[in-house]
Each structure stands twice: as C-alpha cells, then as structure tokens.
Design a protein around this ligand. Sequence first.
Ligand SMILES: [Zn+2]
Length: 139
Amino acid sequence: MGIDPYNFVSCLNCVVAQRLVRKICPHCKHEVRYDRQTLEESGLNADQYLDHPFYEGNGCKECNGMGYQGRSAIVELLELNDEIRELLVNKVPVSQLKKAALAGGTRFLRESAVEKVLFGISTLKEINRVTFVEKVETA
Ligand SMILES: [Zn+2]
C-alpha cells in the first residue's frame, strides 16, 4: 500500500480482535462434566476442572433443537506500547510478539472464550469452533 511501517505503527494505539460465540439456550441448559481428555484437548488443566460444572444445551423447541440461543462477543485487546511498536517495525516472528503482548497484560481471544465456558455462557465445543488452543511457550 506504500505506507511507511514506522509511521503507521507509531500512530497505532491498540488492536482489537472480536468474535461471536453462541450462547447456551436457557430453556434446555443442563449441567455436564468433561473428562480428562476433553479438557486437555481444549487446553484446560484437567486436575483443576474435572469437577467443574460445565453446561450444554440439549436442543428444544425454543432453540429449534440447536441448544443455543443468541450470541456473545469475545474480545482481545492489544495495547501498543513502545516495545511492541518496535517489534512490529522490526517484523519479528508472531511468537515473539505474543510473548511481549502476554507480558504487557493482553488477554487473548482464547482466554476470553474460556471464561465464557467457565461461567456457563457457552460450551467448549462452541469455543473450539471459533478459537484455537494457543500454545504460548513461556521461557
Ligand atoms: Zn433450547
């Protein structure tokens, strides 16, 4: 586009990513437990969440058998500080950028999504459809 990356990045304050996840239908919502494998595949600590009550919808006439009704937004907000601006200008690998963002307090899309599941608003299946399990190495 012929934009000087330095100028572009220096006037950028934050980057927001948003997705919508379907909410569990309140009419057919019921409690479920997930086994160790399901939890681990979704990047959740199995020891911590084996006994955690999760929820799913059975599907009923209110939700046309879908088990979901309505949507809720999950958000990721990356605030650009000087360190991150510099990384962007220097075109470092995404993994390095993610580490810096994490250190700067960014809450990733996936964490926002997991929170919706822990609070019984959405399901693991739904968030696994919309976001991916992030493997951020902490070294
Ligand atoms: Zn329903």
